[in-house]
Design a protein around this ligand. Structure first.
Ligand SMILES: NC(=O)c1ccc[n+]([C@@H]2O[C@H](COP(=O)([O-])OP(=O)(O)OC[C@H]3O[C@@H](n4cnc5c(N)ncnc54)[C@H](OP(=O)(O)O)[C@@H]3O)[C@@H](O)[C@H]2O)c1
Length: 260
């Protein structure tokens, strides 16, 4: 395989964790395909990475919640003859507030992005990785995926899907040379809070926040080692361990309080 045709495809690379992953991966000499809705930010980042690290960087502007735009991204990869040897399914967003009062279109868009786009892209590129007996998929889940999340219910449920799918695919691909890693960060200060319309909920005061750079570095190392689950932060790993023993009746009201 020509190495100059091998790429890491990163979704949601225009800001936050995806942006930081692009910086790290370019520094590690991965050629990149960067995608998000804001083309200008992608192009600025691509220019910087080409200059600094001498890697090939393509950008593709697409709203991945829209089927046609997602298909155009796939077409772009296919017609360019690019091999996606690393897929980072990072693009995603949340929404804070009671389910019954939420903007219905926003909820459906969240499902189309957090669940559908991640599934579609994984299903598109995994068979090629298996054929090549090499590949890596990093799915950005969340600590939220480990519990129900009143007042952010669809987001938490979407991340539970990401965790479950990733665990299952990690099992299906065992011993094939392809690895699937789920990343579960706790709160990270990014564009996420604005997109989710956070108005200073208890969560942001009570839980430690990480930087996008710290989380991206942790995620990159875990993915390269082929780890199945990567929960960022010692306290969060302890929380995930304890959640195994705590009844859902105890956890659910606690999470609800964190969102008030
Ligand atoms: N921040 C946190 O506290 C936190 C915690 C746990 C997990 N996560 C997860 O981490 C991932 C990255 O989020 P982040 O914190 O880095 O937030 P962010 O700064 O808002 O970044 C989200 C990225 O996704 C892109 N995006 C949003 N909607 C899109 C769409 N419809 N189509 C294509 N791209 C889209 C955004 O770019 P454009 O706006 O240019 O499209 C941006 O590049 C998400 O999956 C999130 O659920 C975040």
């Amino acid at each position: 395989m020509e190495s100059d045709k091998c790429f890491a495809l990163i979704t949601g690379a225009s800001g936050g964790i995806g942006f930081e992953l692009a910086l790290i991966m370019a520094s590690q000499k991965h050629n990149l395909i960067l995608t998000a809705r804001t083309g200008k930010k992608l192009e600025n980042l691509a220019k910087q990475l080409r200059l600094k690290h001498n890697v090939t960087v393509h950008t593709f502007t697409a709203d991945l919640a829209i089927t046609e735009e997602r298909n155009k991204l796939i077409q772009f990869v296919r017609s360019g003859g690019f091999t996606v040897e690393i897929l980072v399914n990072n693009a995603g967003f949340g929404d804070l507030g009671p389910f019954a009062e939420a903007d219905q279109e926003k909820l459906m868009r969240m499902i189309r992005l957090n669940i559908e786009a991640l599934t579609r892209l994984s299903h598109e590129f995994l068979p090629d990785m298996l054929k090549a007996r090499y590949g890596k998929i990093l799915n950005v889940a969340s600590l939220a995926g480990f519990m129900p999340g009143p007042l952010m219910s669809v987001y938490y449920a979407s991340k539970a899907y990401v965790l479950s799918l990733s665990d299952a695919l990690a099992h299906e691909t065992k011993g094939t040379g392809v690895t699937i890693t789920s990343l579960s960060p706790g709160p990270v200060i990014t564009g996420f809070q604005e997109a989710a319309e956070f108005k200073n909920p208890a969560l942001m005061k009570m839980m430690p926040s990480a930087t996008a750079g710290e989380v991206a570095e942790f995620a990159y190392n875990a993915m390269m080692k082929g780890k199945k689950r990567a929960v960022h932060g010692r306290m969060h790993r302890l929380a995930v361990f304890l959640l195994r023993f705590l009844p859902v009746e105890f956890v659910t009201p606690l999470v609800s309080r964190l969102h008030q």
